[in-house]
Design a protein around this ligand. Structure first.
Ligand SMILES: [Cu+2]
Length: 154
């Protein structure tokens, strides 16, 4: 009797402490000038389980949202999305011109070579939420490519 209970308790403990982990690489945020209220943050996410990115927050921003940018005719438009699917084992890029983290109502300028802490909220296939903190390096442009379209939208 006693050992059966012990095994059940262990199984419960193991399932509740099972840590989801999403690999985050190349996280960066676009630097801003004094008075600029919005910016974008970008990164590549790879999850070993199918999860969804459902939210983001940052101490430096009053409002942070997941946005998608796409062409509407000749005009680049962006809008908030409720969730971004991360299929198992597939790298999903948040980058200028596509999905991005929108930082709004900035409380201070994002100065080049500083870091921004972002808290990402994910939801697993069972509907359970978990968060992960990411440090995004602040720079003037993507490590690889430049894209000024984002600023023009705000
Ligand atoms: Cu945006």
């Amino acid at each position: 009797m006693k050992s059966k209970f012990f095994i059940a308790a262990c199984a419960l403990l193991a399932s509740t402490t099972f840590a989801q982990n999403v690999k985050v690489s190349d996280a960066w945020a676009r630097s801003t000038v004094q008075g600029q209220k919005a910016s974008g943050a970008f990164m590549t996410l790879t999850s070993d389980q199918p999860v969804k990115l459902i939210g983001v927050s940052a101490a430096v921003a009053g409002v942070a949202q997941i946005h998608e940018m796409k062409m509407d005719g000749n005009i680049m438009k962006m809008a908030p999305v409720n969730a971004l699917d991360l299929p198992a084992g597939q790298a999903v890029a948040l980058k200028p011109g596509g999905f991005h983290v929108m930082l709004m109502d900035l409380k201070a300028p994002l100065s080049k070579d500083s870091q921004v802490d972002l808290t990402l909220t994910f939801q697993d296939a069972k509907g359970k939420n978990f968060t992960q903190t990411v440090q995004a390096k602040v720079g003037t442009q993507a490590p690889m490519a430049s894209d000024a379209a984002h600023e023009h939208m705000h």
